[in-house]
Ligand binder design. Structure first.
Ligand code: ARG
Ligand code: ZN
Length: 848
């Protein structure tokens, strides 16, 4: 059955469901092609609402339906069913048949490597049975699973476990999107945790046999997260058991199903030999994220999917606080800002721009975006900065107390802050409703010992925000004396007007301002500050973020000058950076971040921002030239830097060691330019951990000296799917622009290119999409190859296809020839008959 014509859903049309559900009982008879699902749902009409009885259901074979025991014949269509029902409470029963083995979309109940698993957020439960599949319908679930599998799991606490049948009961009312079921031949890595009030919780990480050695780190991260949420937010776990399952085929990172988190194996499995430091950090952050959802998402959920940022923005914010506490706060903040600029700013500046709380959508899966997640988190960071840490904590306590067990809105969220602080957050709310990145200009004035900073804010009108209004922007600012001494410590300047001035009295000489410290608001600071000014902050700023930012700005400006006029790399930047690199009082991780250049996409964005057409090849060359200049300019420094940052102790994925490795590996690349590939080959040959091995392989590939290493890596890791994802991805990432499409194309011919596996598909095509000069190569080969494969994947897995379409979101900023090549490919995909709703919505928005 095909989808009906795509329909747009609007926030303003929200209506409550006409019934409460007292209880849900589900009975599963598992079978790969014919799983039977029996449901028994106790409905109770609400006194006032519209009582139309509609249950969602898609791709279900209805076997039987009964109301209060008597057979009924509902009217069924592709979206669900309607039925005449009694006026009072009644019991709805249905039996449906589904085909998990053919469910390649990985939404609903599906199979992965012989195991059954589910993904229901956002609207996947309707592919399991008929149900009001909306987050504001919450109920208590009892689940019985019949199947010949040693492990049978669902949400909540176990009621009974016997051979081939298990029953689970979840006492906490929840929406259907938090339902989960897992069945398979799995092994558990078990542990336990005692909550602060003394509840003993069994913890299990279920994996496929063979993966037992990759569980310890994830388990520790879980226990750290549980402890942290108690200590920082006062939130305790609320069931007797907490299960995590690793699944190889998964569209996203992970899912916070109540008591049964399901993870993409890449987001939970980790071992030193097979995972990089970055992988470990990601696992720790995602474990924390999903665990934190137990309160921000599950105990308090969303009224409707427009409120997605209510749980996602807050949970991302919480996991970023966790990572800052576990590791280095400055390094975490810089990493987050790099990511925000690369993904969220790009989204905001193109055709996919939408508010943190969108007001309409066709396919909600297309709105699990950087704007909802990362900008949603930034908005909470600003709120905390504005009200202060103490009031933030009080407001959160009130939020949990007032809304526990409810499905809420952004209005509910803001109200707890208003009630706690007495502040009017009406203007602040624009952060949720206005799309786009505000631009800030700052000017300063020095007049008889009074220093004045004048800010203006501007938001470009867009389709969703035609008439933008000023927002409340917390601008954390400090002032430095020309000696480098800080004379005014960081304070929050609250910019609320389109233009506004702030004065500082009692200074004896004109200071140098350090504004937007810590990146205190997700805005673009537009003013061109003098080159010396940035160099001064690079040398002296006490705010680690702004010190990094000053270096970043110098690097960017130098790259732009190289691109525009063939200028040589800026010596001021290189000298400033040399000082930072050799300053051993600075964290190696921080120095590694300093050494890295702004990404090529960021440079393209910077050019586009000022009305210029970015040339991907010129950007690529400027990058290469700058890296060569770094190698030459730092030649004296590098060998010592490399030696000092070799870790001598046994591998641990902690902040200190990973910082050293990241600096040493960045240096390795430069050393290879100076001295040839021997050092990289030696590191590759002797590495006892994936971070060192993979970094060396990357350097060798870059130097065109990686053929043998690539081969031996493949031989060594052939049977490890997560490592092989790296092998696939790295070849595309490290290819020269002209070879990218060809390399990717060749990899699709490899026998292990299982394109239906999202991780493997993304390894190749996510890397292609991330290769700025390769994707946008002048012959259009990048666009064409990506389009070929999106067309192929769409009927199999619309969600992953649609997400990958975002690679095209910037197409209009390039030259006419590239635009024409890209348009041809976009139109070719759009012309495919029966294109999924996911992909057509994305491409129609992108094509414009
Ligand atoms: N709620 C999950 C998280 O923790 C993401 C699930 C998204 N799934 C989807 N099909 N859009 O972020
Ligand atoms: Zn989440």
């Amino acid at each position: 059955m095909r989808d009906a014509a795509p329909q747009t859903v609007y926030l303003k049309d929200y209506k409550p469901f006409g019934y409460d559900i007292d209880s849900v009982q589900l009975d599963f008879d598992l079978s790969p092609h014919a799983t039977r699902v029996k449901s028994r749902i106790a409905f109770r009409p609400k006194p006032t609402s519209d009582r139309r009885f509609f249950l969602h259901g898609e791709q279900l074979k209805l076997i039987a339906a009964r109301i209060d025991g008597a057979p009924v014949t509902p009217q069924v269509n592709a979206q669900g069913l309607m039925c005449d029902v009694p006026d009072g409470p009644f019991i709805w029963e249905a039996e449906v048949e589904i085909d998990p083995a053919n469910n390649t979309a990985l939404e609903g109940l599906y199979m992965s490597g012989g195991m059954y698993c589910t993904q229901c957020e956002a609207e996947g439960f309707r592919k399991i049975t008929y149900y009001p599949d909306r987050p504001d319908v919450m109920s208590v679930f009892t689940v019985r699973i019949n199947g010949p599998h040693p492990v049978l799991l669902s949400n909540g606490n176990p009621v009974s476990q016997a051979d081939g049948v298990a029953e689970w009961h979840d006492p906490w009312p929840k929406p259907a999107y938090l339902f989960a079921l897992v069945a398979g031949d799995l092994v558990a890595h078990a542990d336990e945790f005692t909550t602060k009030s003394g509840r003993k919780v069994d913890l299990n990480l279920y994996v496929r046999p063979g993966d037992e050695g990759k569980c310890a780190f994830g388990m520790q991260a879980l226990k750290d997260s549980m402890k942290w949420d108690e200590a920082v937010y006062g939130r305790e776990y609320d069931l007797d058991i907490f299960n995590i399952v690793a699944v190889d085929d998964f569209n996203m990172g992970a899912m916070e199903n109540k008591g049964l988190n399901v993870f993409n194996s890449s987001a939970v499995l980790a071992s030193p030999e097979t995972s990089t430091d970055m992988n470990f950090q990601r696992v720790e952050a995602i474990i924390a994220h999903e665990y934190f959802h137990n309160w921000t998402g599950n105990r308090i959920t969303c009224r409707d999917w427009f409120q997605l940022c209510l749980k996602e923005g807050l949970t991302v914010y919480r996991d970023s606080q966790f990572t800052s506490d576990m590791r280095s706060a400055a390094v975490k903040r810089i990493g987050d800002v790099i990511d925000l600029r690369a993904r969220q700013f790009a989204e905001d500046q193109g055709p996919l721009s939408h508010p943190v709380r969108p007001e309409s959508f066709q396919e909600i899966n297309n709105f699990y975006t950087a704007t909802v997640y990362e900008k949603g988190s930034e908005v909470i960071g600003m709120l905390r900065r504005l009200v202060g840490a103490q009031a933030y904590a009080e407001a959160l306590d009130l939020y949990f107390e007032r809304h526990d067990g409810q499905a809420c809105t952004i209005e509910d969220w803001l109200k707890v802050f208003e009630d706690t602080t007495g502040r009017d957050l009406g203007q602040f709310k624009r952060w949720y409703s206005q799309a786009g990145t505000p631009r800030i200009k700052v000017e300063d004035n020095w007049n008889s010992n009074t220093y004045t900073l004048t800010f203006t804010q501007h938001l470009k009108p867009s389709a969703t925000t035609p008439d933008p209004k000023p927002q409340v922007i917390p601008i954390v600012t400090g002032l430095l004396a020309p000696s480098g001494q800080e004379v005014v410590a960081s304070r929050v300047l609250e910019l609320t007007e389109a233009q506004q001035s702030f004065t500082f009295e009692g200074l004896t000489e004109r200071p140098v301002p350090s504004v937007l410290r810590g990146f205190s608001a997700p805005v673009i600071l537009e003013n061109k500050r003098a080159q010396e000014h940035a160099a001064f902050l690079l040398a002296h700023d006490t705010d680690p973020f702004n010190r990094w930012e000053a270096g970043r700005e110098l690097a960017r400006d130098s790259l732009l000058a190289m691109i525009r006029s063939g200028a040589a790399p800026d010596l001021g930047y290189l000298d400033g950076l040399a000082k930072v690199l050799s300053d051993t009082t600075l964290d190696p991780a921080y120095r590694a971040l300093m050494l890295a250049l702004p990404g090529q996409t960021d440079i393209a964005t910077a050019l586009h921002d000022v009305g210029e057409t970015p040339d991907p090849d010129a950007i690529w060359s400027a990058h290469e030239t700058m890296i060569e200049a770094q190698a030459t300019h730092f030649a004296e420094l590098l060998p010592a830097l490399f030696a000092q940052n070799q870790v001598r102790e046994a591998y641990r994925p902690n902040a200190a060691q990973s910082g050293q490795r990241s600096l040493a590996n960045a240096v390795l690349r430069l050393l290879c330019l100076n001295d040839g590939p021997d050092r990289a080959q030696a590191q590759f040959d002797t590495a006892d951990n994936m971070t060192q091995q993979l970094a060396a392989l990357a350097v060798l590939l870059r130097a065109n000296a990686g053929k043998d290493a690539l081969q031996s890596f493949e031989t060594q890791w052939k049977s490890d799917r997560l490592v092989m994802d790296k092998w696939f991805g790295l070849q595309v990432m490290q290819a020269a622009p002209a070879d990218v499409a060809e390399t990717a194309q060749a990899l699709t011919q490899h026998p292990d290119f299982n394109w239906k596996n999202p991780n493997r598909f993304r390894a190749v095509f996510g890397s292609l999409a991330a290769h700025h000069a390769g994707l946008n190569s002048a012959d259009g080969a990048g666009y064409k190859l990506l389009a070929d494969w999106l067309i192929k994947l769409d009927p199999v897995n619309p969600q992953t296809t649609a997400r990958m379409c975002a690679a095209f979101q910037t197409w209009r900023r390039y030259d006419a020839e590239r635009q024409a090549l890209c348009a041809t490919q976009l139109d070719r995909i759009l012309a495919v008959p029966d294109l999924s709703r996911d992909t057509s919505e994305m491409l129609e928005r992108i094509r414009g």
